[in-house]
Design a protein around this ligand. Structure first.
Ligand SMILES: C[C@@H](O)CC(=O)SCCNC(=O)CCNC(=O)[C@H](O)C(C)(C)COP(=O)(O)OP(=O)(O)OC[C@H]1O[C@@H](n2cnc3c(N)ncnc32)[C@H](O)[C@@H]1OP(=O)(O)O
Length: 143
């Protein structure tokens, strides 16, 4: 019989950062439209989108936001993370072929309730911010 306490998932520290990059493809946009049902012509119809505010098709804003979710889940805090809240500002459009880097930075750790607040941003290949916001997540003690 073991008398050892079970180990807990570690909480991150304020100032820790993580990021992931992805080049957004035609396939990404079409698959995202199919999964969500968001067939907005701004994403799916080149002719209609050409007459729109961006002069062409753009990626779904929530696809870009999904890249933030991926960083939270896979890097920081990492696997097991549970989303609680996420604010978002879509600052610039993301076009097919753009390489988006989603980045998160820990700004507050609430140890007792195992909650973490993070600044969340995404930039394009030119270093321009395309999305910013803030997330609060829970880091379960186990799992
Ligand atoms: C439903 C889905 O299918 C649709 C999508 O997913 S569309 C894809 C996701 N969205 C985007 O790609 C939009 C990207 N955003 C932009 O390109 C720009 O924000 C804009 C062109 C929409 C507006 O830019 P601009 O005209 O330059 O605006 P200003 O800088 O002049 O600001 C005017 C005021 O508006 C405020 N503001 C601007 N952008 C945002 C934003 N994303 N969220 C909240 N507020 C925004 C800005 O702060 C100014 O406010 P102020 O009080 O006057 O300072």
């Amino acid at each position: 019989m073991s008398t050892q306490e079970p180990t807990q998932n570690p909480l991150p520290r304020v100032g820790e950062t993580a990021q992931m990059s992805r080049t957004v493809t035609e396939t990404d946009v079409v698959l995202f439209a199919g999964v969500t049902g968001d067939m907005n012509p701004a994403h799916m119809d080149a002719v209609a989108a050409a007459a729109g505010p961006f002069g062409g098709r753009v990626a779904h804003g929530m696809l870009t936001a999904g890249l933030v979710s991926a960083v939270l889940a896979m890097r920081l805090p990492g696997p097991g993370t549970i989303y609680l809240t996420q604010s978002l500002r879509f600052v610039r459009p993301v076009r097919i072929g753009d390489t988006v880097t989603a980045r998160v930075e820990v700004v507050e750790v609430m140890e007792r309730r195992r909650r973490v607040r993070l600044a969340t941003t995404a930039t394009n290949q030119d270093g321009e911010t395309v999305l910013d916001g803030e997330a609060v997540v829970m880091v379960p003690a186990a799992g």
